[in-house]
Design a protein around this ligand. Structure first.
Ligand SMILES: Cc1cc2nc3c(=O)[nH]c(=O)nc-3n(C[C@H](O)[C@H](O)[C@H](O)COP(=O)(O)OP(=O)(O)OC[C@H]3O[C@@H](n4cnc5c(N)ncnc54)[C@H](O)[C@@H]3O)c2cc1C
Length: 381
């Protein structure tokens, strides 16, 4: 009997747990999920929390109920480190040994890399961050705002939605405000392809959001954002996603990766430790880090790991990196992009009023339906 531990229970960890449970049904293998928080946050809805359109409670659910129903052991604990030689996770409750491990710890927000970002900047990466922005919006009386993301961020979509929501907020509240958008990519939303870049550039122009980029952020002050090229942008409201890096707990597995991401093959197996698979933001792949990609990677990791413990001899499945995203443009309009990043399999770009509805339906289903979770959270495919 193998003891399989899943570290983290976000999009990747939860999907891996559900898929593994099904693949290993009728076997003796034991699955334990360890996560810092017993509450799952549906992060794509955090922008709506910041703009007062949803409460934090309405975008969360209790993981303990899900794991109890599916008979998966759940441990609420912070992992301080992972010892790949001793095959043990360290937690305040003591060491937890594993035979096989899936690392799904998400990303760490590296505030320390941009002075002033924690003190003077807002972001929508966490419920606390979204609520702090909501408070700040209540105090915002107009004036220059800077929105965007810093260097080394691999999730850009939320910043676009913040910029578009803020533009609507300024209009609705009849404020005299301007929005400057900053990001480090060669063109606006480059990973989504030229059609998306052109479309979003047009939308930004119509809504008077001006883009500065590619730029990196050197420092955030109470009244301005200082860029690495020396430019200073006046700002009374700064909403910028901080740089991402791998969680501290996975450092011991990261080898020489400069940002502590974990390197894997396309089968999601660690290149250094064959008993370890990795999924979600923890992985060292270039390009967007999304809930969507996290779930696809977790599915691949769970399948391959289950074949290893079952000694089936079947070949590993390979993950195909892709982004899939609905951008809520406001006023009932939305934009859908699905794009394979390593192949030409999917190259879709669609605009229409059905997309915000589809996005809202997925958010509701994800949070509120236990059956959807039990059957492996398969819908976003
Ligand atoms: C505002 C916003 C909007 C977004 N919109 C979209 C969208 O529309 N579509 C999309 O596909 N993606 C979207 N994303 C991106 C998506 O939310 C992330 O890519 C996704 O959460 C990554 O999943 P993950 O499982 O790798 O990590 P996470 O979801 O961050 O989960 C990490 C897990 O690890 C646990 N953990 C971390 N450290 C420790 C530790 N030391 N010990 C124990 N447990 C630990 C956490 O508690 C959590 O359970 C959005 C993100 C944000 C912030």
């Amino acid at each position: 009997m193998a003891h399989i531990v899943i570290a983290g229970s976000g999009f990747a960890g939860l999907t891996a747990a559900m898929k593994l449970k099904r693949q290993l049904r009728h076997t003796e293998h034991h699955i334990t999920v360890v996560a810092r928080d017993a509450i799952f946050v549906y992060r794509p809805s955090l922008v709506l929390v910041a703009f007062g359109k949803k409460s934090p409670q309405s975008i969360t659910f209790d993981l303990r109920t899900i794991y109890r129903r599916t008979r998966i052991q759940f441990v609420e604990a912070t992992i301080s480190s992972i010892d790949p030689e001793a095959k043990t996770l360290m937690t305040p409750e003591g060491p937890l040994p594993y035979d096989k491990l899936i690392v799904a710890l998400g990303e760490k927000l590296a505030y320390e890399e941009v002075p002033g970002m924690r003190e003077y900047g807002y972001n929508v990466c966490t419920p606390e961050g979204a609520l702090a922005l909501k408070d700040a919006l209540g105090r915002y009386q107009g004036g220059p705002a800077v929105v965007g993301w810093a260097q080394n961020v691999q999730t850009g979509g939320p910043a676009f939605e913040v910029a578009l929501e803020l533009e609507e907020w300024i209009k609705q509240h009849k404020l005299n405000g301007t929005i400057e958008f900053v990001d480090p990519l060669p063109s606006l939303w480059a990973p989504a392809g030229p059609e998306a870049t052109e479309f979003l550039t047009k939308i930004f122009a119509e809504r008077h959001i001006s883009r500065r980029g590619p730029v990196q952020i050197k420092e955030v002050k109470a009244d301005r954002v200082i860029l690495t090229n020396g430019d200073e942008l006046p700002s009374v409201l700064t909403v910028v996603t901080p740089p991402f890096r791998g969680e501290d707990a996975q450092k011991s597995l990261a080898g020489n990766n400069p940002r502590d991401w974990l390197e894997t093959g396309k089968d999601m197996q660690s290149v250094r430790y064959p008993d370890i698979y990795v999924a979600g933001s923890s992985v060292a792949f270039e390009g967007p880090k999304q809930g969507h990609t996290a779930m696809l990677q977790a599915e691949t990791a769970a399948y391959n790991l289950s074949q290893d413990v079952l000694e089936s001899g079947k070949p590993h499945r390979l993950y195909d990196h892709e982004m899939s995203c609905v951008l809520d443009l406001g006023m009932g309009e939305g934009l859908f992009v699905r794009r394979s990043l390593w192949s030409q399999d999917h190259q879709e770009f669609k605009v229409g009023r059905q997309w915000p509805l589809a996005k809202a339906a997925l958010a509701y289903t994800f949070v509120h339906t236990p059956v959807f979770k039990k059957w492996g959270l398969s819908m976003p495919k």
